[in-house]
Design a protein around this ligand. Structure first.
Ligand code: UDP
Ligand code: MN
Length: 381
């Protein structure tokens, strides 16, 4: 209407000039002619505006739909990144809140560290649920079933039930490449931060964790100070580039287990939180455990505290003194090419290798004889 009013003088002039200037037309007819044409122009203009608006809305809808199908077409990792790392939906937040509702510790005591002060995350994958998790669930998981979560890449109702909902589907891809492993470790870190516990300990799914020894180990360190406890797999600093800058640092190998104090984990946030660990790993072009080392020892200048009680299968496990096995915090196994397994002392607790290829069942039974009947009963892993 505003347009109609303000432009009426101009349109009158144009209309009169072009259409209504014939002398024989009466003044009344001229007036009618002018007002009809003005009305017509107004409605034409209104129609044009409406058409433009409809086109705008439709194109917007098409664009949205296209984006949605693009998102669905992308590989799983990218869908996860958009959902989890860039916060386009709150699936993860809700998931973490739901799962940790009973786990959050509100700095309830300032005395010595107890098991409940530790958040234990185990990285796994759907393909290992049967072959690697059963032995863990039958052995050391039972010693820390409230504190331990498995970070995997698929849903598994059976295991979820067995672990009382401690399976976390990270929605990460399920391969052994850097991206997917960093994706999972990033999820472990974010989950830990939410737990507000004193310590975060990460293990692989081929680790045996002596939970009692783990608690004893952490009691030696103050969670209010920066601690990065692990076992380096190289005897020299790892070197690479980060955003064009040459960097060198020590890192603890993830396969032996790594523990990080709360104070340090908080300081790692700029490089690790909300999917930051994944992004840092991408910039660094290095695996997940290297990325942790980079953040801690290079960016934050915190030295790795090396522990000889942690063991990955990069070591020759058979060389560990059998008499000291029950004192170790972590052990592992490699069953692929050459059997790299711990050597147990002769004992009635030992199962034959065919029934206990990892040796974890026999070791656990030795440590906790009251669990032997259950540990021995299970055939798998
Ligand atoms: N892993 C994974 N996806 C894979 C392969 C491995 O998440 O496709 C996890 C696995 O569950 C374990 C860790 O990565 O916790 C190390 O894998 P593995 O022991 O097979 O290899 P390693 O790196 O020790 O040689
Ligand atoms: Mn391994």
């Amino acid at each position: 209407m505003l347009f109609y009013g303000t432009t009426s003088a101009t349109t009158d002039y144009i209309i009169c000039y072009y259409f209504c200037r014939a002398k024989q037309v009466s003044k009344k007819m001229k007036r009618n002619c002018i007002s009809t044409i003005q009305t017509l122009l107004f409605w034409l203009f209104a129609l044009l505006c409406l058409t433009l608006w409809v086109i705008y809305v439709i194109s917007d809808m098409i664009q949205l739909r296209y984006k949605e199908t693009e998102r669905q077409r992308q590989p799983r990792i990218n869908r996860k990144i958009s959902a989890y790392y860039y916060g386009t939906d709150h699936y993860y937040e809700e998931y973490i809140d739901r799962n940790l509702k009973n786990q959050v510790v509100e700095n309830k005591h300032e005395n010595q560290t107890n098991l409940d002060d530790i958040f234990i995350s185990v990285k796994t994958s759907g393909k290992f649920h049967k072959t690697r998790l059963n032995v863990i669930i039958d052995t050391w998981f039972r010693d820390a079933n409230q504190q331990t979560y498995f970070f995997t890449d698929t849903d598994d109702d059976g295991l979820s039930k067995k672990t009382d909902g401690h399976m976390v589907n990270t929605m990460c891809n399920s391969s052994h490449i850097r991206r997917d492993l960093s994706c999972k470790l990033g999820a472990e870190y974010d989950f830990y931060i939410k737990s507000n516990k004193r310590w975060w300990c990460h293990f692989d799914d081929d680790n045996y964790v002596n939970v009692d020894q783990l608690v004893m180990l952490l009691r030696d360190y103050d969670h209010n100070m920066d601690f990065y406890i692990g076992k380096p797999s190289l005897n020299y600093p790892f070197t690479t580039t980060f955003k064009g800058e040459k960097v060198g640092f020590w890192f603890a190998t993830g396969g032996a287990g790594v523990c990080i104090s709360k104070a340090l984990a908080q300081r790692m946030k700029p490089w690790c939180s909300n999917g930051g660990l994944y992004r840092t790993s991408e910039h660094l072009n290095a695996p997940d455990d290297c990325t942790l080392g980079f953040v801690v020892s290079n960016r934050l200048a915190v030295e790795l505290t090396s522990s000889n009680l942690l063991h990955s299968h990069l070591e020759t496990l058979g060389q560990l003194n059998p008499a000291t096995l029950t004192e170790q915090v972590t052990l592992s196994y490699g069953l692929d090419n050459r059997n790299n397994i711990i050597q147990l002392q002769e004992s009635s607790h030992n199962l034959p290798i065919s029934k206990d290829p990892t040796r974890f069942r026999s070791l656990h039974c030795k440590r906790k004889p009251d669990t032997c009947s259950r540990v021995h009963r299970t055939k798998s892993g």
